[in-house]
Design a protein around this ligand. Structure first.
Ligand SMILES: *Cc1c(COP(=O)(O)O)cnc(C)c1O
Length: 458
């Protein structure tokens, strides 16, 4: 037996004391900053005062700062240490199964108490709101991961929490709802009669399935109407992405321990937060140190925001309460098909990810859910972890690139983000194994129709 070399190491851990002390802000390094968000009523750039009805000032400042590094508060680091630094694994059994010369590494965020990367931002968001004297947070949740993460963070900091949960998930995912309630949050099926936005939808259809866009409208209305309440968003915004960069900063240090640097970095992309969190510290090296990593965002073909959307100003929600953001969008009225990767069913994308894509600094590709579940099961059999349906898009992207390496004989180093585990998504796996899933394509006609709702400018 040969002696184990660095390169054979399967689990790469960092010590607790190696937890990053700062978040990385790509606004310091990107060649073009996103255009400013606009007030939905006046169409003028939003100022801090516009946002102060729903966000604490520390988070508003994190939205706009161009400082390269932002200190992670001690209280946040202490809670991060419950599960961070998270492991990087070398997927040696998957490599063997695929018979590829590529080295495949993945950063696993499913070890967090909420089961996904979302706790990386819910904790600092709860912290800054508590510090600002806020008593209660409102939010939306689609598949339930964000509601879980925020309810845990609120319970850590003694805040009340109300979660508007997209009606179809409320019905289909009773255990996600139980999980959220266990941490003390109040879960309301959306659309609901608690808000005007919800009542307007229910008046037209009392059984409405709901969407993330509608649930956001309800949560924002709730926060605006109460002095003691702020709103929290689980993706898309600059401060959310800032918090998630702890993922990529750790991963870079982990790969360095085994003398590796990725040729390709891959993440699944809904609103863009886990993708950005993993990839931005590597894009920094592309921008400032002449590195050449390819960075690929993988989205579902049923909701192909980057690959089929338009780069334009649009609202973040259906009732047009949120600022207009310059982003890739499928139109704020777009209700995506009920695919199982609920966390990837959002009509828009982060302004930062959108700008980088527009500037050709990242790539994007869309895959159908039958392909992603097939890859997820190959991965599970090789590595033992059942990926969340969202994360299976990154798994599939990595397998596609590894198989290209097999063709070309190149031994590239691939790093992908495994954003969460799929333990609450076994109904989706059942449906796949029972042959009941369709590969839903987003038609060009549907694209034209839903893009017709984009706000017009004189
Ligand atoms: C919410 C979620 C996503 C999608 O959100 P992003 O902001 O694009 O990261 C992906 N994976 C998991 C496990 C999620 O919970």
């Amino acid at each position: 037996m040969s002696k184990m070399s660095n390169n054979d190491q399967v689990k790469i851990f960092l010590e607790e004391k190696e937890l990053p002390k700062q978040w990385y802000n790509i606004q310091a390094d990107m060649p073009n900053l996103p255009k400013p968000p606009l007030n939905p009523a006046t169409k003028q750039p939003v100022g801090p005062e516009d946002l102060s009805a729903i966000f604490p000032m520390d988070l508003i400042m994190q939205e706009v700062t161009t400082e390269r590094w932002v200190d992670i508060p001690e209280e946040v680091q202490e809670l991060y240490r419950l599960w961070r630094p998270s492991p990087v694994y070398r997927a040696k059994r998957l490599e063997k199964f695929l018979d590829t010369p590529a080295k495949i590494y993945y950063k696993y965020e499913g070890v967090s108490p909420s089961g996904s990367h979302k706790l990386n931002t819910s904790i600092p968001q709860a912290y800054y709101n508590k510090k600002a004297g806020i008593k209660r947070l409102s939010t939306e949740t689609g598949a339930g991961q964000w509601g879980t993460a925020l309810s845990q963070a609120c319970s850590f900091f003694g805040l009340e929490c109300t979660v508007y949960m997209v009606n179809i998930s409320f019905k289909q995912k009773p255990y996600r709802r139980s999980f959220i309630e266990l941490f003390g949050a109040n879960v309301i099926a959306s659309p609901s009669d608690h808000t005007e936005a919800g009542r307007n939808i229910l008046a037209k259809d009392s059984d409405a399935l709901g969407s993330l866009g509608i649930a956001i409208s309800e949560a924002v209305e709730d926060a605006v109407s109460r002095e003691d309440t702020n709103y929290a968003l689980g993706s898309v915004l600059n401060h959310v992405i800032l918090h998630q960069t702890v993922i990529g900063t750790e991963a870079k240090a982990q790969l360095a321990k085994v003398d590796q640097y990725p040729d390709i970095v891959i993440g699944c992309c809904g609103g863009g937060s886990n993708f950005a969190g993993l990839s931005f510290p590597f894009i920094k090296d592309n921008l400032t140190e002449n590195k050449k990593a390819r960075v690929i965002a993988v989205e579902p073909s049923a909701c192909p925001t980057l690959t089929k959307g338009k780069f334009a100003y649009d609202f973040g929600d259906t009732a047009k309460l949120t600022p207009m953001t310059m982003m890739y969008t499928l139109g704020h009225d777009f209700v995506p098909a009920g695919i199982h990767a609920g966390g990837l069913r959002y009509h828009g994308d982060s302004a930062l990810v959108s700008q980088l894509y527009h500037d050709g600094l990242i790539e994007a590709i869309a895959y159908g859910q039958n392909d992603t579940f097939a890859s997820a099961i190959k991965f599970a059999k090789a590595e033992g972890i059942v990926p969340a349906p969202e994360a299976s898009h990154a798994v599939h992207g990595a397998i596609v690139e590894a198989l290209k390496c097999k063709e070309s004989g190149e031994a590239k180093t691939i790093l992908f983000g495994l954003s969460g585990h799929g333990h609450f998504d076994l109904t989706a796996y059942d449906a796949y194994l029972g042959g009941q899933l369709e590969n839903i394509e987003y038609s060009d006609d549907a694209a034209q129709a839903s893009l017709a709702c984009l706000p017009k400018f004189k």
